[in-house]
Structures are given as C-alpha cells and as structure tokens.
Design a protein around this ligand. Structure first.
Ligand SMILES: Cc1cc2nc3c(=O)[nH]c(=O)nc-3n(C[C@H](O)[C@H](O)[C@H](O)COP(=O)(O)O)c2cc1C
Length: 209
C-alpha cells in the first residue's frame, strides 16, 4: 500500500504535442451520450493499459491557473487497501443502520468492482480557488468516465457512505484538508441501466437580441 501524501512538486510537465493520443472509433458525442454508470461488473480485470489511458486524460481537464488540484488513489481488487476501506464501509453502514445485512452489502460494493478509485481535490489559498479546484477535479473524473466509455468500461460515481467515513483519508494517506470529490468504481459493465434526462431547453434562458 502507498503511504504518505502525494507530492507532484518538481515533476516535469508534458506538452500536449508530446502525448500519444490513443486511437478509438468512439466519437466524442457517442461517449457523451453513451457513457453509463453500472452497479454490477463482469468478473474480469480492467486491463492496466486501459486504466493508464483513462487516467492520462484526467490531467488534461481544464484547471484555472493550472493548479492541478487532483489526487487519485487506486485500489486494485484484492489489495490490502481495498480490504481496509471495505471494513470502513461496513463500519459506516452499521453506525447508520445497525443492520449487518446492509453493512455486508456496503462492504461488497467496495470489494467487488475490478477497480476502485478515490478522487480528492486539494484546497486553494482562498475559498474561490478551492471551489475552482473542486470543479476541475470533477472535470477530471468526467474525463476518466468518457475515456472509460471508449475502453468499453463503466465508471460509476459515488459520494455516499464510505466516502464520508472520518478514517478514510488516514487509511488512504490523503491529507486532512483535501476534499473528497468522488469514489469511482470501474469495470466492464454486467448491466445496461436505462436512464433519461429532461431536454436541455427546459434549463436554458437565451438572449438573442
Ligand atoms: C457527483 C455524483 C455523485 C454520485 N453519488 C452516487 C452515490 O452516492 N450513490 C449512487 O448510487 N449513485 C451516485 N451517483 C450516480 C448518479 O446517480 C448517476 O448519475 C445516475 O444514476 C445516472 O446515471 P448515468 O449518468 O449513467 O445516466 C453519483 C453521481 C454523481 C455525478
């Protein structure tokens, strides 16, 4: 298990023309509309190369003043870290519901996915920057989600239960002042949940003269 906080200071930056952009037949629009979260996964690992390609896209998310506010913790299936966090999930659920069956289900939601990733946002020197940082981290998570679609993988967002456990940061090695953005579960989906949206026109005010 990794220990200590992540520190990117001094790591050389990469220009976009140095990046090898992965080839795919999936269009941006196909990914935007086709991306779906799933809660059941096929029992097959996420190829390391696919996960790397997805993660690589995260840091190309827009971030004001290039604060690079994202921090990622990747928990492989069967890892000690995963088991520890699953224990926190059990504990958190028991504390809320005092129901061992539900708590066990919570534990399994951490143990089951091929990959579990916790994504944090670092604070800025003031509240405005902290908020911008959080917005950028959400964009980074969406990059991972869209790249996941191109890889044939579902990327599922969760911000409940375990993500709120007071011991999670210590367990992962995250700094106390980092803000939890999202827990991502990643894997080949074993279901295709139906979903719908209200057309955007309902949310738009246009000024054309
Ligand atoms: C910020 C955020 C937090 C979420 N947290 C949870 C969660 O805690 N539990 C859950 O079941 N789904 C969670 N979801 C999943 C949403 O409910 C999901 O977007 C919805 O099911 C529609 O799925 P789709 O975007 O694939 O159509 C979250 C999504 C987002 C964007």
């Amino acid at each position: 298990m990794a220990s200590g906080a992540i520190d990117p200071t001094g790591v050389a930056k990469v220009n976009v023309d140095e990046v090898t952009i992965p080839a795919t037949d999936v269009s941006v629009y196909e990914a935007l509309y086709g991306r779906r979260m799933a809660w059941r996964y096929k029992d097959e690992p996420v190829p390391k190369e696919a996960l790397t390609r997805m993660l690589d896209t995260a840091v190309w998310a827009p971030n004001h003043r290039l604060t690079e506010p994202w921090r990622f913790f990747i928990l492989e299936k069967g890892s000690e870290a995963r088991k520890k966090v699953a224990g926190l999930a059990y504990e958190f659920s028991m504390g809320r519901n005092d129901n061992p069956t539900r708590a066990e289900a919570s534990r399994q939601t951490i143990l089951d996915p091929p990959i579990v990733m916790f994504v944090y946002s670092v604070p800025g020197p003031n509240e405005d920057t902290t908020q911008e940082n959080y917005a950028s981290v959400c964009c980074a998570a969406q990059n991972i989600s869209l790249a996941g679609f191109a890889e044939g993988l579902a990327v599922t967002w969760e911000t409940g239960g375990t993500t709120r456990h007071p011991d999670l940061k210590k367990t992962l090695g995250a700094e106390e002042d980092w803000k939890m953005a999202v827990m991502l579960s990643i894997g080949a989906p074993a279901e295709s949940p139906q979903t719908s949206r209200t057309p955007v026109t309902s949310f738009v005010t246009s000024f054309d003269h």
